[in-house]
Design a protein around this ligand. Structure first.
Ligand code: MN
Length: 206
C-alpha cells in the first residue's frame, strides 16, 4: 500500500489572515504531495519496507538500506512532519494552551510566554530550512524546544515530537517574504491546542 497525501482537514483559506490560501494550496498540494511521491518512489525496490509507517521509517533510519536512506530521511521526514503540521493547526484556534499541555509547559518553561519566546527563537535561529519543535522525553520528564535542519524529525534523534512549526521559506515567503520572525509570531493564532493535547497524551514517554 503506497503512502498517501492526507486531505487538508479545512479549506485552504481557513487559516487566513495568518496563513494565506495561496501558501496553504502550494504547501499541501505541491510540497507535501512531492514528499509523498518521492517516498513511494524510494520504497519501490524495497517491498519489505512498504508496510512500515512513515513514523517507524524515520524513527529507525539506520535500518533503512543505505541506497535509499537519504531519500527516506528527506521525504519520509517531509511526509511525517507535514501530516502533523496540518493537524496541529486549525481555524478559530490559538490563544493560551489548554489542558495537560498547559501544565507541562508551565512546569518545563515557567509559563506560556517563556515557552513561546524559546520556540520563536529556535525557529528564527534555525539557519536555512528546517523545523522548530516541542518535544517530550527529556530528563526528569521535562519538555524541550529543539530545532532540526531540512525535513529531519526529532524521532530520528530519539525524541518525541508534540508540535512543530515549519520554517522553510515555502511555509511563509509568499505572505511574509523575509520576515520569518513575523510569521513565527502570527502562527500562534492557528495552533490547535486540542490536537496538541491529543499528541501529548499519546506519548509513552513524557
Ligand atoms: Mn513545508
Amino acid at each position: 500500500m503506497a503512502h498517501e497525501l492526507p486531505a487538508l482537514p479545512y479549506d485552504f483559506a481557513a487559516l487566513e489572515p495568518h496563513i494565506s490560501a495561496d501558501i496553504m494550496r502550494l504547501h499541501h498540494d505541491k510540497h507535501h504531495a512531492t514528499y509523498v511521491d518521492n517516498l513511494n518512489k524510494a520504497l519501490e525496490k524495497h517491498a519489505d519496507l512498504q508496510s512500515k509507517s512513515p513514523e517507524d521509517l524515520v524513527r529507525d533510519l539506520q535500518s533503512v538500506p543505505e541506497d535509499i536512506r537519504t531519500a527516506v530521511r528527506n521525504n519520509g521526514g517531509g511526509h511525517v512532519n507535514h501530516s502533523m503540521f496540518w493537524q496541529i493547526m486549525a481555524p478559530k484556534a490559538g490563544g493560551e494552551p489548554t489542558g495537560a499541555i498547559a501544565d507541562a509547559i508551565k512546569n518545563s518553561f515557567g509559563g506560556f510566554e517563556d515557552f513561546k519566546k524559546l520556540f520563536n527563537d529556535g525557529g528564527t535561529k534555525q539557519f536555512g530550512s528546517g523545523w522548530v519543535w516541542l518535544v517530550g522525553g527529556g530528563a526528569g520528564g521535562k519538555l524541550e524546544v529543539v530545532s532540526t535542519p531540512n525535513q529531519d524529525n526529532p524521532l530520528t534523534n530519539g525524541q518525541h515530537p508534540i508540535m512543530g512549526n515549519d520554517v522553510w521559506e515555502h511555509a511563509y515567503y509568499l505572505q511574509y517574504q523575509n520576515r520569518r520572525a513575523e510569521y513565527l509570531q502570527a502562527w500562534w493564532n492557528v495552533v490547535n491546542w486540542e490536537e496538541v493535547n491529543k499528541r501529548f497524551a499519546a506519548l509513552s514517554v513524557k
